[in-house]
Write a protein that binds this ligand. Structure first.
Ligand code: HEM
Length: 465
């Protein structure tokens, strides 16, 4: 494992806030306790060893699975030998009923052509063209929050709505209307069921197995799938009018092997994937950033000062978004402590050797991003919030594979540049306008439902600056 970067700059001393975190069990849990913990919150089932070991082998009822934390081994799985691994069964069982066999859940040739089809909309100049829409959405949220000044608001909810508006406007450019509130509830209801799916997959239970909340999740899934299918069919019927958005790219795509176009179901599955993967994650990155800033007023003041200096007190534009290095560092550090996607799981397609440990084909490989980001051998004072870790020199001195909010390799998040521009724009617009304070005494509970959510939202008051 890498030693700490030699020129690490410690965070300013002072009273340390007791930041929300997972307390791992000191010893591996027994089968029944493990099952119950996974249902409640899969992250709480990870043993303490994965926060300090390079590799950890877990046995559960005769099933072996591997946790990989060493950056060189993460690189082997995600990059160097990426073709020896596929998306895991548990991920497919959790997500495919809603997302089908689209870009996030597919593997091999089927994944490749869907990725190629969507790629043009994520080129740097396209992302740049979306920044004004991101700023405009942030400004609408600013106006809504100004009207609520002094009252308590759930910033998690506020961020979900803001990023939802942005994803619909930029990716779907006005293709049909979507009921934001119903889609939000649908996504939450569906994701609630995923921890049961994790636990039941571990028990090798059949996919039809009932569990509490299943009927609600099924209704949510049906609503989401029908709604996106309606949009896809509407998009095909009305034509794309040279609109050049994600819908147009998907409708025009052809499988290079068969020459076939996507049918409405494939288009809808991809649209739902982009709508869900593309807004909830960024909203969570921002929610946790506001939480951290509320505990670190000195960092909040630095963000506000940076925005004022960059804009000269005028409105924020797309050019400014590229020139706010500290604001960006705050977002990156928030995603280290609270990665919106806290775990990625793969399965070995063939027998491989991972750092001297033989791994049989079919073995699930867990890349515990949340634990890697707090790993004792990779980070100094891992529990401490310090945006200085992402200053260029400090970041350069660190192993690239010690920090993985967007994963790495061919399956790296396609929306990374989009998400970073969006998060910086929203943080900049809101922090220059308000101070954010957490409900006194509130300590959010971390809950993994694919993404890392505050279990009961993020109640905050905003005060005009
Ligand atoms: C802070 C925000 C975000 C985070 C932390 C994040 C994180 C990730 C991660 C870790 C993966 C890899 C999953 C795996 O390999 O199993 C991923 C994939 C993906 N993300 Fe993001 N994401 C974010 C924002 C976005 C946005 C804004 C979009 C679209 C507009 C997006 C679309 C996707 C898609 C389509 C994939 C699948 C890519 C593939 O398999 O080829 N994400 N994301």
């Amino acid at each position: 494992m890498n030693a700490h970067p030699s020129h690490f700059r410690p965070a300013p001393e002072g009273p340390r806030p007791d930041l929300a975190r997972i307390t791992p069990p000191a010893r591996p849990l027994g089968p029944w306790c493990l099952f119950r913990t996974i249902v409640r919150n899969p992250l709480e089932a990870w043993p303490e060893a994965i926060y300090r070991e390079p590799l950890y082998v877990s046995e559960f009822l005769g099933n072996t699975s591997l946790f990989v934390m060493a950056p060189n081994l993460i690189r082997q799985v995600m990059v160097d030998e990426a073709d020896a691994f596929e998306k895991s069964e548990v991920l497919r069982r959790a997500l495919s009923p809603a997302l089908g066999d689209a870009i996030l859940t597919a593997d091999g040739a089927r994944w490749r052509w869907q990725r190629r089809a969507a790629a043009p909309i994520f080129r740097a100049e396209r992302i740049r063209s979306f920044v004004p829409a991101m700023i405009a959405a942030a400004e609408r949220t600013r106006e809504a929050l100004a009207a609520e000044a002094g009252a308590e608001v759930d910033i998690a909810q506020t961020m979900m709505r803001t990023t939802f508006e942005i994803i619909v406007e930029t990716m779907l450019s006005g293709h049909g209307a979507i009921d934001a509130a119903r889609v939000e509830t649908g996504i939450t209801d569906y994701l609630e069921s995923t921890s049961w799916i994790f636990a039941l997959t571990l028990l090798r239970a059949p996919a039809w197995m009932p569990y509490p909340g299943r009927a609600k999740a099924e209704r949510a899934k049906t609503y989401l799938r029908d709604e996106l299918l309606r949009l896809a069919a509407e998009g095909r019927r009305t034509g794309t009018d040279g609109r050049n958005d994600l819908m147009s790219l998907l409708l025009a795509a052809r499988d290079p092997e068969t020459g076939q176009a996507m049918d409405d179901r494939d288009v809808a599955d991809n649209l739902l994937t982009f709508v869900t993967a593309g807004h909830e994650t960024t909203a969570l990155a921002l929610t946790w950033a506001f939480y951290l800033l509320a505990h670190h007023p000195e960092a909040e003041a630095l963000v506000a000062a940076e925005v004022e200096a960059a804009t000269g007190g005028g409105p924020l534009t797309a050019d400014h978004v590229d020139a706010l290095p500290y604001t960006r560092q705050v977002i990156l550090e928030a995603m280290r402590l609270y990665p919106p996607v806290p775990v990625v799981v793969r399965a070995a397609l063939r027998d491989v050797d991972l750092g001297g440990t033989p791994v049989k084909a079919g073995t699930p490989i867990t890349l515990p991003i949340y634990a890697v980001h707090r790993h004792a051998a990779l980070w100094d004072h891992p529990e401490r919030f310090d945006p200085g870790r992402f200053a260029p020199e400090a970041a350069k001195a660190r192993d690239r594979y010690a920090y993985l909010p967007f994963a790495a390799g061919p399956r790296i998040c396609i929306g990374m540049g989009f998400a970073l521009a969006e998060a910086v724009a929203i943080l900049a617009v809101l922090v220059r306008a308000f101070r954010f304070s957490l409900r006194p005494g509130y300590r959010p509970e971390l809950k993994q439902r694919i993404t890392l959510r505050p279990a009961e939202g993020m109640p905050m008051r905003v005060t005009p600056r």
